[in-house]
Design a protein around this ligand. Structure first.
Ligand code: COA
Length: 254
């Protein structure tokens, strides 16, 4: 089923929602409408987000909207209606399918996703420094946690753009595929994830996210609690039973 929004396309394929940021003439730059529509429609078991056309995933925040914006209104955009936080805290897996320019707020949105998959022609960068500003959608924090301080610092201070191969080498993306295979490979991974139990997916995501936000002892304690919580679910009974009966489990999210 395909549904159209002003700035997004939503394509539901079984339990995977493919969201396409659809402003190719603006290289899929994130304007207010995109942020609102994006935050509102995250509801499927697995979400894949991509950009329309073959040039850009997202070329960053809509720079035209920066002109004349006050400090307070810009702060509101980044906090009250944060698409980045909506993705980061979304209780289901989100995959960024990166098909071209992945810059500034686009790179930050990809960083707020759980898994990043790129085509060979994708490119990455935090070029905010060239506008006299710094990343404000989590770039200084999530990029640093993902690739380490040295690489993050270089990208943020130089504003340099790197290619997909380099992004893979520094751990910014999980996989790089030829452009014509990107969608098939990404959807295949999304469907494999969507076959798992929704509660286990949610708890696994929560547990992994705790790792970069807490000290080890606290993280380990919270992992045990979340692990034990799985034992209250029908999905755990079904998973164990199916293994013992040598069949595929059918998870119901209960
Ligand atoms: N915000 C607003 N508009 C943007 C945009 C952005 N982040 N990125 C691209 N666009 C617009 C351009 O202004 C242009 O609009 P126009 O046709 O009305 O003039 C259109 O998209 C096409 O851009 P163009 O530069 O001609 O395409 P390109 O393929 O040659 O280059 C980029 C693509 C992404 C390299 C280049 O547009 C760019 O550097 N964009 C800004 C990236 C950036 O600094 N992002 C961080 C923002 S915080």
């Amino acid at each position: 089923m395909s549904q159209s929004y002003e700035t997004l396309l939503l394509d539901r394929r079984e339990r995977v929602a493919l969201i396409t940021i659809n402003r190719p003439d603006k290289r899929n730059a994130l304007n207010i409408k995109t942020r609102e529509e994006g935050a509102a429609l995250l509801e499927e078991v697995v979400v894949v987000i991509t950009g329309a056309g073959d040039r850009a995933f997202i070329a960053g925040a809509d720079i035209a909207e920066f002109a004349g914006r006050t400090a307070i209104s810009q702060r509101d955009v980044m906090t009250a209606r944060s698409l980045f936080t909506a993705f980061d805290t979304f209780p289901k897996p989100v995959i960024a399918m990166i098909n071209g320019y992945c810059l500034g707020g686009g790179c930050e949105l990809a960083l707020a996703c759980d898994i990043r998959v790129a085509s060979e022609n994708a490119s990455f960068g935090q070029p905010e420094i060239n506008l006299g500003i710094i990343p404000g959608g989590g770039g200084t924090q999530r990029l640093t946690r993902l690739v380490g301080e040295g690489k993050a610092m270089e990208l943020i201070l130089t504003g340099d753009i790197i290619d997909a191969k380099t992004a893979f080498a520094i751990g910014l993306v999980n996989h790089v595929f030829p452009a014509d295979q990107l969608e098939a490979k990404t959807m295949e991974m999304a469907k494999r994830i969507a076959d798992k139990g929704p509660i286990a997916l949610k708890l696994a995501k929560e547990a992994v996210k705790i790792a970069s936000r807490s000290l080890l002892d606290e993280g380990l304690r919270r992992e045990v609690d979340l692990f034990a919580l799985c034992f209250s679910t029908e999905d755990k009974d079904e998973g164990v039973k199916a293994f013992l009966e040598k069949r595929k489990p059918t998870f119901k999210g209960r």
